[in-house]
Ligand binder design. Structure first.
Ligand SMILES: NC(=O)c1ccc[n+]([C@@H]2O[C@H](COP(=O)([O-])OP(=O)(O)OC[C@H]3O[C@@H](n4cnc5c(N)ncnc54)[C@H](OP(=O)(O)O)[C@@H]3O)[C@@H](O)[C@H]2O)c1
Length: 248
């Protein structure tokens, strides 16, 4: 039997997922990408295979089809060593304020659906007594802001889910749970936004820090753009009357 480790990346069509998959492949891991947009995931897989010399498999996944998540896990060729959720939708805050279906899509995509799927892996990792679960959340979940509170609330829920799961797994064996808060990242998700350079990182930088935390240095909650930890600590400490006067 092969002793090569495998990583499953949920949201394998994403820009950060692409960079992370390449980082794992270059470290000798077997890589599986799970994606809704199969053509885009296949392009990522071909690029990673060409640059790492390792084959990359693609699996179909629409995480919103929650009734099919157990089947998705069951049809995988094996249980991976590490599973990483890149799944997210920034959505349109203004639209969500008048369109409940859009608001629900943002909240379900960023919180409910990835949490349900990761929990299926958690139970199986616990039974095997090993495995690493990584959730890419966001600093947007650290405090609700008027400019993106549906996305922020969902990421807050996802961060709390990961925190609770980490707490559960700490008492139960060798399963690790890692939360990644990237800060601003230049990807297609943020292509329409003007991002502040000192708080913005590249997908490659997220991939490197994620890999280090998940597979090397044992850290469990990381801010990739380190200055964001300080910024969010200050924002979280602001009293509500002052916070309300800031147009954040
Ligand atoms: N970019 C940033 O500044 C930033 C900052 C903090 C956190 N993040 C988080 O980082 C993660 C990756 O984001 P990114 O910047 O690389 O953007 P991205 O390229 O837009 O990635 C989002 C991923 O989520 C997938 N997804 C959305 N709904 C799905 C569904 N129903 N089923 C399956 N997959 C679904 C997308 O698949 P499709 O290709 O099919 O749409 C895509 O692969 C997200 O969780 C995001 O919230 C990003």
């Amino acid at each position: 039997m092969s002793d090569q480790k495998t990583v499953l990346i949920l949201g394998g069509s994403s820009d950060i997922g692409h960079a992370t998959a390449l980082r794992y492949a270059q470290a000798g891991w077997g890589v599986w990408l799970a994606a809704r947009d199969l053509a885009s995931a296949q392009r990522n897989a071909d690029d990673i295979a060409a640059r790492s010399g390792r084959p990359v498999a693609v699996h179909a996944l629409d995480v919103m089809q929650t009734e099919r998540l157990a089947d998705f896990v069951a049809q995988l060729p094996a249980l991976p060593d590490t599973v990483i959720s890149m799944i997210g939708e920034l959505g349109d805050q203004k639209r969500a304020e008048t369109d409940s279906a859009h608001a629900a899509m943002i909240m379900r995509t960023n919180f409910e659906a990835p949490s349900l799927l990761l929990d299926l892996f958690a139970g199986r990792f616990q039974a095997r007594d090993t495995g690493t679960i990584v959730g890419v959340s966001s600093v947007a979940g650290d405090r609700g802001r008027g400019s993106n509170y549906f996305y922020g609330a969902a990421k807050a829920g996802f961060s709390q889910y990961l925190s609770g799961l980490r707490n559960r797994m700490a008492l139960a064996g060798k399963v690790r749970v890692v939360t990644v808060k990237p800060g601003f990242v230049r990807t297609r998700m943020t292509a329409h936004l003007k991002l502040p350079a000192p708080l913005t990182v590249t997908p490659d930088r997220v991939a490197a820090d994620l890999y280090r935390a998940a597979e090397e240095n044992g850290r469990e909650v990381i801010y990739v753009a380190k200055r964001f930890w300080l910024v969010m600590t200050i924002i979280c400490l602001l009293p509500e009357p002052l916070f309300k006067r800031l147009k954040l």
